[in-house]
Design a protein around this ligand. Structure first.
Ligand SMILES: [Zn+2]
Length: 226
């Protein structure tokens, strides 16, 4: 199924833990459900009042799942919008201003809406290699095609190609050698009920090499909110 045709609830994020309860990635609800239905994962936390129904099955909307047979950490963490902002050190790749995470967008250099209009050999350096495409077919979501962008630059660019506007990137986007497998903002993690799985009682990431909770509030505030 194309993601555009899916009910939005199935595109909501679910946190994936390994069998030792360490956070390893974030997937979409429908991917989490596929893992649950095929008995590769259990639902640890879900929204009972937003159930997902099929003819014979009924599941809560998964918020946190645990992989049954995987206790390691992923060796090649997947691309995500937030990881791009983190890779670019919260700096707009068009104008160079540094902003808060909330004031930045993840900008597609070759816009999604004009992907197929862009000649194939022009877009090739920007696309996800076929061998690396994940469950969702989105060749435009690559490390090479995405940069952090401030709102004014993103609005100015709109869905145009940057060469149409004479815009130049301040650096070439690249696939980072190291990136935490879970990058999430504090407020988003709290809203999704993930904090217990990401932070210890002192408000620090449980697995510092794998988790980056951006815009982390001072410890006193984190504790108060638990
Ligand atoms: Zn900018």
């Amino acid at each position: 199924m194309q993601t555009q045709m899916m009910p939005p609830v199935l595109l909501q994020p679910a946190l994936v833990l390994n069998s030792a309860y360490l956070p390893v990635s974030i997937v979409k609800a429908f991917e989490a459900l596929c893992l649950v239905v095929t008995q590769k994962a259990d639902i640890i936390s879900g929204e009972e009042n937003e159930p997902i129904r099929s003819q014979f099955l009924r599941f809560p909307l998964p918020r946190v799942i645990r992989l049954v047979g995987f206790s390691g950490m992923p060796s090649n963490p997947a691309w995500s919008r937030l990881k791009v902002l983190y890779r670019d050190d919260q700096t707009c790749a068009w104008c160079g201003t540094r902003r808060r995470i909330d004031d930045l967008d993840c900008d597609h250099i070759v816009p999604r809406s004009r992907w197929y209009e862009c000649p194939r050999d022009l877009r090739r350096p920007y696309e996800v290699p076929a061998s690396r495409l994940q469950n969702v077919y989105a060749p435009w979501n690559s490390w090479q095609n995405t940069v952090a962008s401030c709102r004014p630059c993103n609005a100015k660019k709109g869905n145009r190609f940057h060469w149409e506007l004479g815009l130049k990137l301040l650096w070439e986007p690249y696939e980072p050698e190291y990136v935490p497998s879970v990058v999430v903002s504090f407020d988003r993690a709290r809203q999704l009920g993930w904090l217990d799985y990401l932070l210890n009682s002192r408000g620090k990431p449980i697995s510092p090499s794998a988790v980056k909770v951006v815009a982390l509030p001072p410890i006193s505030r984190a504790l108060k909110q638990q």
